[in-house]
Design a protein around this ligand. Structure first.
Ligand SMILES: Cc1cc2nc3c(=O)[nH]c(=O)nc-3n(C[C@H](O)[C@H](O)[C@H](O)COP(=O)(O)OP(=O)(O)OC[C@H]3O[C@@H](n4cnc5c(N)ncnc54)[C@H](O)[C@@H]3O)c2cc1C
Length: 384
């Protein structure tokens, strides 16, 4: 499905499409269709090269980068093709090419809280585990020696500080979280010191609610009626990409995730991810909303007369791990020099990008490490 999309998109000229075919046709992805692990070894060795340099070096065109690959890279890692490693992009294409189910674009039926983390939490609680929200790990206590060990954690909780002891400790943090958590003294170990070289990328997400259906593209009286008929949703029901706005990917959640986001008497709820996020972090919420709304109307001129009824902006100065060229050696393994202290989280070493799937893979790897069972990255259950 993905390769068909690459070759039929009207975004590119035939020359650009042929150059795309040349770059992808000579890539390790073709080998991966018969020898997945062999191709992954080649792809992992491309960590120090940017996707842009790799693609142009294989005959791809700059125009393809601008019109097609940059929006894809922005959507996947919130950075462009010059800033993202060839390893990261090619790994994703490998998975798309070799697992048919991986190339489907799907959105949850509704909010992640209800449809994703809710069921996971139910599963965990049914097995007797407890989740304590608003319990931040403030300090890690440990004993040095030949085999250093964590002895307890100090948690900061709404009821005050608490000390907890366990047999094994697993830190499943994001990049800024783990950088704050690791005791300074541990930086004498290369693996912990390297974590401080990892960076996180900024991103801003904008939600815009309208009094009609923004992505109903048709013109004319009948279409205008459909666009403003709030009881009958219409428009593009999928994740959308563009090279012509400051948001690279977006979706109408009222159509794509209707269970929680379709509201009676209201229309489209566009969620737009502004990438790169850097310029938006210092901007006011008003400026961001006005700018994004104007770009939405430029992309969909037929929505010109709709009224923006509600908006929300979430700015994250540090979100995903920055998948920059040359960073892979600094990503930590799930096992650490501290014998009872393990790491999980998407930023830890696993093949996939910083994503829900990457986080899940890191969890499988950490569990295998704790149990002392073998687990290999590309043959991990999540991608096997
Ligand atoms: C705007 C946006 C859109 C995204 N869209 C998608 C998508 O469509 N599909 C997809 O697959 N992925 C998406 N992602 C990426 C996905 O959210 C992440 O890759 C995933 O959440 C990583 O999971 P994680 O468990 O590694 O880290 P996180 O989800 O970041 O969890 C780490 C947790 O550790 C906690 N923590 C840190 N320090 C401490 C401490 N000292 N004590 C206690 N807790 C601590 C943090 O509060 C946080 O809750 C998106 C991300 C963003 C920002």
């Amino acid at each position: 499905m993905v390769s068909k999309l690459f070759f039929t998109t009207p975004q590119l000229t035939w020359v650009d499409k042929l150059r795309n075919a040349l770059a992808l046709g000579t890539s390790p992805i073709v080998r991966g269709l018969i020898d997945y692990e062999g191709a992954m070894r080649t792809i992992r060795a491309l960590d120090s090269v940017s996707f842009q340099d790799w693609f142009i070096g294989h005959g791809g065109s700059q125009e393809s980068i601008r019109r097609m690959w940059n929006p894809i890279a922005y959507a996947l890692g919130f950075i462009d093709c010059e800033s993202i490693s060839a390893r990261c992009m090619l790994t994703i294409f490998m998975m798309f090419a070799s697992k048919t189910e991986a190339s489907k674009l799907n959105l949850l039926k509704g909010s992640p809280h209800r449809w994703l983390t809710g069921p996971i939490l139910d599963y965990i609680q049914k097995r007797g585990a407890k989740l304590h929200l608003r319990h931040r790990v403030k300090a890690v206590h440990y004993e040095e020696g030949e085999s250093p060990k964590v002895t307890s954690l100090t948690l900061s909780t709404p009821e005050g500080e608490r000390n907890v002891e366990a047999d094994v400790y697993l830190a499943a943090c994001d990049v800024p979280g783990i950088q704050r958590l690791i005791p300074d003294a541990w930086r004498k170990h290369e693996q912990f010191d390297a974590i401080h070289r990892l960076e996180a990328v900024p991103v801003a997400t904008v939600q815009l609610r309208y009094d009609g259906w923004v992505t109903e593209l048709a013109e004319g009286e009948a279409a205008e009626e459909r666009r403003t008929n709030l009881s009958n949703p219409t428009g593009l029901n999928n994740l959308l990409y563009t090279a012509d706005a400051d948001f690279s990917c977006f979706a109408d959640l009222a159509l794509a995730s209707p269970e929680d986001y379709r509201k009676s008497g209201e229309g489209s709820l566009l969620q737009c991810v502004l990438t790169p996020g850097d310029p938006w972090i210092p901007k006011s919420v008003n400026d961001i909303v006005t700018h994004t709304d104007a770009q939405v109307r430029k992309l969909f001129p037929s929505s010109e007369h709709l009224i923006l009824t509600w908006s929300n902006v979430v700015k994250l100065a540090q979100s995903l791990y920055r998948e920059a060229p040359g960073m892979e050696p600094y990503r930590p393994d799930q096992t650490t020099p501290v014998s009872n202290f393990f790491l999980a989280g998407s930023y830890t070493r696993q093949d996939y990008i910083d994503s829900m799937e990457g986080a899940t893979m890191s969890g499988h790897l950490a569990a295998a490490a704790i149990l002392g069972l073998p687990a290999k990255l590309a043959t991990n259950i999540a991608v096997a």
